[in-house]
Structure formats: structure tokens, C-alpha cells
Design a protein around this ligand. Sequence first.
Ligand SMILES: Nc1ncnc2c1ncn2[C@@H]1O[C@H](COP(=O)(O)OP(=O)(O)OP(=O)(O)O)[C@@H](O)[C@H]1O
Length: 327
Amino acid sequence: MTFLQVAGIHKQGEKEEVLKDISFTQREFQKMAIAGETGSGKSTLLKIIAGLIQPTSGIVVFEGDRVRGPEEKLVAGHPGIAYLSQQYELPEFLRVEQVLRYANSLTQDEAEALYAVCQISHLLSRRTDQLSGGERQRIALARLLLTSPRLLLLDEPYSNLDTGHKSLLKTVIQDISDELDITCLLISHDPLDSLSWAEEILVLQAGQVLQQGTPQEIYQKPATEYVAGLFGKYDLLSPAQARAFPGIAEDNLAGKMVLVRPENFQLGRESHHAVGGKIQRVTFFGSHYEVEVLLPTGSITARTTLSHFKKEETTFVTLAPEKVWFL
Ligand SMILES: Nc1ncnc2c1ncn2[C@@H]1O[C@H](COP(=O)(O)OP(=O)(O)OP(=O)(O)O)[C@@H](O)[C@H]1O
């Protein structure tokens, strides 16, 4: 039986269609992320899967049961699916343990294991108005998990979190999958978060699935420039620019543009494979530098961990032919 099946989902908005024929499946325990620019329909799709928005047509089937929307069922959703919205709420002026006790259907040991995974064990005696945003969010998450869902839908869980709370929540979400055996489907505003976590990524553009694949496929072999741009920086070389680098097969070019991620350019000494150019800008990013080089055919940006590159100096650029992607 398919764990989650989304088939032929359409959603008509006020003026235009917000979702156009979305179909995909998710296996149990598969970590899946939905990416796309703002307004591409990610939240609407997640809410339809949760049963909170009625699709105009199409069906969502979870473990063999059709998920019914608010127009078909008084209490919307499916008991096996939990949805953490961007606007989660906690009751005010209660202690955290009281908030959690009301939701709890687990044994004491199971609940304690869950609090440990959510990293909230030390917060149980606090009042809900004495918590930071990140703490509130982990408590809202624990409260949902106490209902023993099998599928957890997370809508932009990392937005509005500082670096510390974000990295804590990343560990929590990883442990929810690994230790609590709950399958997660996540929307992330920063697609780099989905690259490091997901096993499968679904990319939406204007309400349609543009590409579905592993993080490696999506990053290295994007279907379009839009997908490439969602997942990081890239250079797009014209066929004439690409021909300057030896080894790029003429057959593959055939009028296509050549996409190169900045870490796939190498900077260094002169050789018969290298193209010389003048460094125009060097930018420090903590873990690496980005070096913009003006070549005879135009400028490119390379990423390097070496610190000795200086503006106005000459450098030589090589590009491994197997590291490019034709668009
Ligand atoms: N219940 C609804 N019925 C019809 N249209 C909706 C509904 N909810 C949202 N929309 C519309 O759907 C479009 C897509 O919005 P949605 O929030 O799904 O995009 P998103 O990709 O999640 O964007 P963001 O990253 O900004 O959250 C918007 O134009 C919005 O107005």
C-alpha cells in the first residue's frame, strides 16, 4: 500500500489556478521536502494534504484512506497526519507540562522519550509566556507528536529562528524521523536546508511540479534555470563561452547553455586547459571565498577555500567537463 498518494490535485484560487494537476507519492520514512519560490503553492499543497483546504479536484490517499477536506468532514484532516503551521498557537498562562498533559495519549516513558527528542524536558515547569520563539515552536511540535501521527507536515519550520534555534530544530527534525519513526514532509524557505535533509525534493513553480528528484539530481542536474537558482549560485555560460574550456563535448553543446556551480571552477596556475583572466572581486563567506574573474568571453564566479586571491591579479580558470550541466 502506498503510504501517501497525491493524485491530480487542482486548486482554483480567486483569479487563477493555485495548484495545477499535482501528483506524487511518498514512501513511509522517506524524508521529503517541497521547494519553490514564494507564492508557488507550497503551503496550499501541504494544507490540502493535511485536509485543511478542500481541493477543487484530485485526491489525497493516506495509508489507503482518502483524506477528506473541510467541505466533506466536520473535523478536518486525518488522525494519522499532523500539521505544524507557521502560525502555531499555545494556550497562554499554563505550565508547559499542563499543555502537554491535555494532549497526551502516550505512556509516561513514551512521552518522556518524545520530550527528549524535542529537547524540551528542561522546559516542562515553565509557563508558556516565559518561552523564546524557538522553545514555543518545539513545544507546539511535541504537542502534535503526542497524538502519535505517522506523517508530520512541517510548514516553513525554520523561518524566524536564529542560527542556534535553527540548528537545534534541525537535530530535532532529524531525530523525529530516526528515533520516533515518523515520516516527515517539509517546506523550507531556504532550499539549502532541504538539500541537507531530504531524500527526495519536489520543486513547484506557479502551482506545477517542475522537477522531482534526489537533492543531488536537483542541485547538479536542475530541469531549468529557475530550479538551479533556488538551490544556490550558478554561472550560465553561452556555447561560445563554454568552448573556451577544453573537453566540453561539441555534441552536448548543440546550442545549449552550460550551467556550472561555482565550486566546479578551479583557480590556479597557467596550463593548456586553463583560461586566463583578471580578478574583479573577492568576497569572504566564512567557510569559503567567491572570486569573480573576467575571462575573454565574460565573467565567471568561482568558489575556493584558498585565501590568496587578490583583486586586479591574473588567475587561470579550469573547468572539469564532467562537472557541467547542459540546459
Ligand atoms: N485556501 C485557499 N484558496 C484559494 N487560494 C489560496 C488559498 N490559500 C492560499 N491561496 C493562494 O494560493 C497562492 C499560493 O500561496 P501559497 O501560500 O500556497 O504559496 P507558498 O509557495 O507557500 O508561498 P510562501 O512561500 O510565500 O508561503 C497565493 O496566491 C494565495 O493567495
